[in-house]
Design a protein around this ligand. Structure first.
Ligand code: NDP
Ligand code: GDR
Length: 364
């Protein structure tokens, strides 16, 4: 007996999560359609390996030009694709940059979500199309008093966003929930805590650190400049987290879920773990904008680094006008999804540093 092939539409397909999700859905036998922005140069590096020649007989992966700020093209693409599932991952996703372009972020990350939901309604697809909205732990804002009794943020913790990004995403969260309740659309929020990978954008802190670890180890860079080393994040692996997104849309009842590891780590410690992966040990000294890290040992004979070299300095230009100090998520409800992450932080750091060393060695 043949079952009908499922069709998924993914916004943000060229991003970190979009690329892992597309791989997962193709593996599961979906036909995958992605929305890609027009850019003056190619921006498909993360998905080039799964791209299929459009002249082949049965094409399972197709890209459409589009933008979340343009409802006409969102409606047209959804009409053409008739998706069973939409994953709305498209966003201006950088918290610090959102302070520089707040109106744009509101348009893409907030109203963009509304455009998807409205398109589904306008096209009469409420009963056919399931929608995943990429919500975020930034909604919580890291206020200590809003954690639950056990010290975590969960699905019932109050929101207090601390950036234009967080405020735009809170609109996306509530409009998704509202359309679920008002129109009985299967629409869910995944409240995902930070997730990283070798495909993470190079201006997010983890990738900035692993890239610099590789560059410093190979003698291509002297020092890494960072902002606030005192914040804490609950970091998972993007490959695990896209599996949770898919599972959220396969349940009988549409609900919102926190996806997290339940472990939080200081930025400073991520720096330490990253350099340790390359055999470089560090000692931190000083406080806040005067804090630095020096090499105390170099256990890899391949790298000729002097003991005492300062490899990390704080540069306040990377501070945010309002910071989210601490994020730690309670993954209890996600167990209902049968979801279990394969990576821990050590495995994540190992993979990221190895990948960045390989990239830089290839360039050498
Ligand atoms: P990325 O920044 O790697 O990818 C964002 C994607 O959105 C890119 O494909 C980008 O396209 C696209 N995009 C940006 N602006 C627009 C627009 N105006 N119209 C259409 N597409 C647009 O983010 P991630 O993959 O890390 O995150 C995926 C989603 O999950 C985002 O919504 C993010 O806010 C959210 N999220 C991420 C978390 C994380 O830790 N990674 C945690 C919680 C939520 P282009 O390549 O052209 O720039
Ligand atoms: P975040 O991720 O803001 O949590 O948003 P990011 O990696 O940018 O920052 C994490 C923490 O590190 C501190 N930090 C620095 N950050 C950056 N980018 N660059 C630096 O040099 C630096 N130095 C210190 C930050 O102040 C912050 O405290 C990510 C994004 O993926 C969002 O889209 C997503 O919603 C959330 O994670 C969950």
């Amino acid at each position: 007996m043949s079952t009908k092939q499922k069709v998924a539409l993914v916004t943000g397909i060229t991003g970190q999560d979009g690329s892992y999700l597309a791989e997962l859905l193709l593996e599961k036998g979906y036909q995958v359609h992605g929305v890609k922005r027009r850019a003056s140069s190619f921006n498909t590096q993360r998905i080039d390996h799964i791209y299929q020649d459009q002249h082949e007989n049965h094409v399972n992966f197709k890209l459409h030009y589009g933008d979340l700020t343009d409802s006409t093209n969102i409606i047209r693409i959804i009409q053409e694709v008739q998706p069973d599932e939409i994953y709305n991952l498209g966003a201006m996703s950088h918290v610090k940059v959102s302070f520089d372009s707040p109106e744009y972020v509101a348009n893409v990350d907030g109203i963009g979500t509304l455009r998807i939901l409205e398109a589904v309604r306008i096209l009469g697809l409420e009963k056919k199309t399931r929608i995943y909205q990429a919500s975020t732990s930034e909604l919580y804002g890291g206020l200590a008093e809003n954690k639950n009794a056990a010290g975590f943020y969960d699905e019932n913790s109050p929101f207090y966003p601390r950036s234009p990004y967080g405020v735009a995403k809170i609109y996306g969260f509530w409009i998704t929930k509202n359309y679920r309740e008002a129109y009985d659309i299967y629409a869910c929020n995944g409240i995902l805590f930070n997730h990283e990978s070798p495909r993470r954008g190079e201006t997010f802190v983890t990738r900035k650190i692993t890239m610099a670890t590789a560059a410093i180890a190979l003698g291509k860079q002297d020092c890494l400049y960072l902002g606030n080393l005192n914040s804490q994040r609950d970091w998972g692996h993007a490959k695990d987290y896209v599996e949770a997104m898919w599972r959220i849309l396969q349940q009988d009842v549409a609900e919102d879920y926190v996806i997290a590891t339940g472990v939080t780590t200081y930025i400073r410690d991520f720096v330490r773990y990253s350099f340790a992966e390359a055999g470089i040990e560090l000692a931190f000294e000083g406080e806040n904008e005067n804090e630095i890290a020096k090499i105390t040992a170099c256990n890899n004979p391949e790298y000729q680094l002097p003991i005492g070299q300062v490899v990390v300095r704080v540069d306040p230009q990377y501070y945010r006008p309002t910071e989210v100090d601490l994020l730690i998520g309670d993954p209890s409800k996600s167990k209902k999804l049968g979801w279990k992450p394969q990576y821990d932080l050590a495995g994540l750091v190992k993979e990221m540093v190895a990948s960045d060393l390989e990239i830089l060695k290839r360039l050498r």
